[in-house]
Design a protein around this ligand. Sequence first.
Ligand code: KG4
Ligand code: ZN
Length: 393
Amino acid sequence: MSDAYILGIESSCDETAAAVVRSGEQVVSNIVASQIATHQPYGGVVPELASREHLRAIVPVVRQALVEANQDYKSVDAIAVTQGPGLAGALLVGISYAKALAFALDKPLIAVNHLEGHIHAVLLEERQKGNYEQQFPVLALVVSGGHTHLYLAARKGQGWTYENIGHTRDDAAGEAFDKVAKLVGLGYPGGPIVDRLAPHGDATAVKFPPAQIKHRDRRVHRLDNHRKENGGESEVESDRPRFDFSYSGIKTAVLRYVEVHDMQRSIEMRRQTLASIAKPKLEHYLANCDKRTLDLVASFQRAIVEDLVGKTLTAARAYDVATLFVTGGVAANSELRRTFERDGAQEGLPVYFPSRPLSTDNAAMIAAAAYPKFLAKDFAAMDFSAEAGLVLR
Ligand code: KG4
Ligand code: ZN
């Protein structure tokens, strides 16, 4: 089969992105317009502002992705777009534009689950290195600002199927990074800042109790019942071991630490100083952080990393997997990568990550995930709609 050039469009959260990917294996162009500056003053993503920024950016971002790929609207073979999960209003911008392009150009339209996109970022990265073979079973940890999920991924014909064996019961790991960074006056988004500051603190200084999950997840109960009612998966599947996460407790523990150690005034001063600098650099952060703050940030990151790696490797053993994928924005974290590589190697388990630009939200992963659907002619009807809570199966 000849090469297929797929234009991917992603607008699920705070990045407007477009990319052209050749046959699911080569990034030809990859444009990401970040909205960080818009949301920074609010310390988190404001959905209405996100939609407005997507509307502003979508046309020039897609145009730039085509120009850099030496393609034009007519030459691409298909248009792929994120259907969900994500912010409904934000998703709608990408979907409406993708539909309009597909209709006007008479091109196939492919709807992609954002989480499947993150998983295919790993496959895309490996294919670019010439590695086309994965040992199955594959376990994928998707860890980002909105998600902390464990999926067993398998090939089925041209496509892929996924079984969720763990998710967060409350905050996502990236959300915890963002909330803790905000709490100690470091600004938004917190993950990259904490990543760079943590090596300057003592990660053993503050002890956080491990997250405890005692109760069965009610959402899983409901899902099982729904599936049974609809003649879906059997009861046996719901009895398979689960490896859920919880990160709201550690955020509360950081808050308590801040209160007990009377850190609020210095945090407010740091917040104001950093907010007055257009693009603070590492030296600005370091100049405005005392040892106690650096130790707190380092200890927090260590606790999250140990929990993510520990649970994922326990799940990998329980399901006897052959390969581990780690992907999503938090997969850009240096300590997480190092720890997964070290502990994975000890167990003889190969661990694959996307490069950092493909770890955080981008449209190349959407175009890559669309390729098997393109081959299978699994095209979306023109009336498909955004699904904020889209589940990956
Ligand atoms: O995948 P992503 O770009 O968007 C979502 O799908 O959510 O992930 C964004 C999240 C944010 O919470 C951000 O703080 C976190 O990923 N993140 C990081 C790092 N880079 C981004 N967290 C820890 N360390 C990093 N280096
Ligand atoms: Zn994402």
